[in-house]
Design a protein around this ligand. Structure first.
Ligand code: C5P
Length: 256
């Protein structure tokens, strides 16, 4: 297989179109590869979540990473520190570029994950994956947060978890684009903020089940390091054209 997605230099901020990560929310290796091939050169990476991973396994992740793709392995680990460390070790061995854990698992759990990523990468002689904390799932609202015993406001909880992730040595967090500016203010400009929930402008008007959304350029202006886009690209009649449109919007903002 040819190089799928370029491996950019990690020491500099991402270029406009590198900020676009495409969620491969499909149910087969064949469909995922079709999309990756169609999107070659247009996106910064691809996100593989628990469905595709459970169906196709780590060998598929290795297939993508061996072909040069940047893979965000979105398995949201949440367990005791030892188990999370072992899971991150396994994720790192696939060559994933980014992995994530739930920030609500606590600082020791996140530290164990971050340490495992660094040590495993070191042993294998490759760059360590970025380790990102999931703050509050965008499907949650004030009521569901209260049901699980959180009395802080949603925004407060997100920013508190982001701060914990930073303290634990994580590279950044996943959050809704509406929370990005507050996270930036607390955690600084080097901290990565990865945002799904991208709709509007070049990402199309159909919100699907996303509620708290922003357009691609708007999200980057609010401080997103990477935007994660699924259905506006993968369910489009022409995924390549859809990704190109988002890329153009991001590039225009970068030069504005
Ligand atoms: O299709 P859509 O653009 O809504 O896809 C967004 C992707 O980001 C999906 O894979 C979804 O599971 C994921 N995600 C999300 N909200 C979060 C975390 C991940 O939408 N808080």
């Amino acid at each position: 297989m040819d190089e799928l997605v370029e491996q950019p230099d990690r020491s500099r901020p991402p270029e406009a179109t590198e900020r676009l990560l495409v969620a491969l929310d499909v149910d087969s290796r064949a469909r995922a590869l079709e999309l990756v091939t169609a999107l070659r050169g247009l996106v910064g990476g691809v996100k593989v979540g628990s469905r595709l991973f459970t169906m196709e396994g780590p060998s598929f992740i290795r297939e993508l990473t061996d072909a040069g793709a940047r893979v965000f392995l979105d398995l949201k680990f949440h367990d005791i520190p030892n188990t999370v460390a072992q899971a991150v070790e396994a994720g790192t061995a696939t060559g994933a570029w980014m992995v994530n854990v739930h920030a609500s698992g606590g600082v020791p759990m996140m530290q164990a994950g971050a340490r495992a990523a660094a040590e495993t990468a070191d042993k294998l002689g490759r760059p360590r994956p970025l380790v990102i904390g999931v703050t509050v799932l965008t499907s949650m609202d004030a009521d569901t947060l209260q049901q699980v015993g959180v009395s802080r406001t949603l925004m407060d909880q997100v920013v508190t978890l982001a701060d914990m992730a930073r303290t634990a040595g994580l590279d950044g967090v996943v959050a809704s684009p509406l929370e990005t500016a507050a996270i930036r203010a607390r955690c600084g400009s080097d901290f990565l903020v990865v945002t799904p929930g991208i709709r509007g402008a070049s990402a199309g008007a159909d919100k699907n089940d996303q509620n708290r959304t922003m357009g691609p350029a708007e999200a980057v202006r609010a401080g997103s390091s990477y935007i994660v886009v699924g259905r506006p690209i993968i369910a489009a009649p022409d995924p390549r054209a859809a990704a190109e449109a988002i890329g153009r919007e991001l590039t225009a903002t970068a030069h504005a």
